[in-house]
Design a protein around this ligand. Sequence first.
Ligand SMILES: Nc1ncnc2c1ncn2[C@@H]1O[C@H](COP(=O)(O)OP(=O)(O)OP(=O)(O)O)[C@@H](O)[C@H]1O
Ligand SMILES: [Mg+2]
Length: 217
Amino acid sequence: MPFIEVVDLAKEYGIKKILDGVRMSLEKGDISIIEGPSGIGKTTLLNIIAGIDTPTNGEVIIGHTKIFDLSEDKRARFRLEKIGIIFQQMNLIDDLNVMENIALPLKLAGKKWKKRVDKLLKYMKIEGLKYEMPHTLSGGEMQRCAIARALANEPEILIADEPTSNLDDDNTRNIADLILKINKELGTTIVIATHDPRIHYLGNRRFVLEGGKIYER
Ligand SMILES: Nc1ncnc2c1ncn2[C@@H]1O[C@H](COP(=O)(O)OP(=O)(O)OP(=O)(O)O)[C@@H](O)[C@H]1O
Ligand SMILES: [Mg+2]
């Protein structure tokens, strides 16, 4: 049985059909790349897989859980524990420093956070930035902080929306290496939407979204 099963997913905004019968079967430990031009629906698809957005039709099954059969509260809890998300707009909280940003999902889950945050800072090689505010960070540093925060609760699934847009080649390589390391060392199943050809090689599964449907390459 696949770990993430996307069944006949449809999403409409008014008369606009963005997704129209998307099916995917992802195994544990897969790194999936979803390509496709701007505006085609990549973010929409990721947000539905993460249970942040709801489909007009279809299902997402993670493990044995049909996530849209859960109440909104239960789905939020499920997401907090199982899924780490790196948003396209990084969504670091401006008024919180790096340490506090990373601690947030742990605090929300009612967990001890101090040691875990230090470990994550070290893992992402941003120990020196612990007390910095987001606006003082470079793009690459912000992205590391966003990844650390996404990993806080040791999620089984990491969802990354354009994790390397706006990054130069060096930082892109660093983020790509980190994604591989996370996958290898933690066994995390990773789903990435990107139109950055520099990171397409990361995927052992490569999909293209086109006209509301998804095709595996
Ligand atoms: N809340 C919304 N209401 C109406 N239309 C929306 C909404 N959110 C997204 N859309 C539309 O859905 C389409 C897909 O958007 P989406 O953000 O998923 O594209 P994308 O593939 O991620 O694009 P990009 O590569 O630029 O990030 C776009 O045409 C967008 O305008
Ligand atoms: Mg997008």
